[in-house]
Design a protein around this ligand. Structure first.
Ligand code: AP5
Length: 222
């Protein structure tokens, strides 16, 4: 019998390192990375009506309304690649209504990873973040500087990556996080996200190997 593909949720405050860890996790585990923020930014870039409404909320650091985000994520999760390879859901669900809707559609994670990072670190991470529009890779001017001059010259910054906006995003996160956690208590693991990105990944990798090991053992017992 083959185990069902791995289903992982990763959550944490703005700039806690979700996207950075997802890059490392997908390299090894080949899961489909679905980031609610990335899906929304693609909608904004495409200039759709949903994108225009989403941008208004994102600029205020507020959650984009469920009527836009719930279907968008559900459709991505339902694609054949997510079903076959398993998924890594980043930044979703962010409210109890999103979690309830997901459960209703039958999407449940094997593990819910919460990155714990003290607030004073988050602002520095946000203002130093840069993105490579060619590869999609996440950099930080101090902690993960670009490898070459060529990459450095083309890096961009997100429109919501200012000190003022990250504080608003943090307020939204703090308001919702407990309600979401309470729905995944039995599968939640807290990981110290203030360590170096390699050390955070080592911890996450151990967690994921344990989950896979347990599921394999359960199949042998069947
Ligand atoms: P989203 O794009 O998800 O933003 P976020 O949650 O604020 O998270 P970030 O992407 O800012 O940070 P991250 O945790 O991925 O950190 P990263 O790895 O880049 O959402 C944006 C907006 O979209 C929301 O405000 C909301 O409006 C809307 N939205 C999204 N999801 C929604 C939902 N479900 N419902 C409704 N609306 C939604 O790292 C940050 C920086 O730190 C980088 O520069 C990185 O190099 C560096 N770094 C990472 N790890 C380390 C480390 N260990 N040590 C040192 N530096 C590190």
């Amino acid at each position: 019998i083959k185990a069902e593909p791995l289903k992982v949720m990763i959550s944490g405050a703005p700039a806690s390192g979700k996207g950075t860890q997802c890059e490392l996790i997908t390299k090894k585990y080949d899961l489909v990375h679905i980031a609610a923020g990335d899906l929304l930014r693609a909608e904004v870039a495409a200039g759709t009506e949903n994108g225009r409404r989403a941008k208004e909320c994102m600029e205020k650091g507020q959650l984009v309304p469920d009527e836009i985000v719930v279907t968008m994520v559900k459709e991505r999760l339902s694609q054949p690649d997510s079903q076959e390879k398993g998924w890594l859901l980043d930044g979703y669900p962010r409210s109890s209504s999103q979690a309830t809707a997901l459960k209703g559609f039958g999407f449940e994670p094997h593990i819910f990873i919460l990155l714990d990072v003290p607030e004073e670190i988050l602002v520095e991470r946000v203002v130093g973040r840069r993105l490579d529009p060619v590869t999609g890779k996440i950099y930080h001017l101090k902690y993960s500087p670009p490898e070459t001059e060529e990459i450095a010259a083309r890096l961009t910054q997100r429109f919501d990556d200012t000190e003022e906006k990250v504080k608003l995003r943090l307020l939204t996160h703090n308001k919702n996080v407990e309600a979401v956690l309470s729905m995944y208590e039995d599968v939640t693991v807290r990981v110290d996200g203030s360590l170096s990105k390699e050390d955070v990944y080592t911890k996450i990798d151990t967690v994921l190997r344990n989950v896979l090991g347990q599921r394999q053992a359960a199949i042998v017992l069947l």
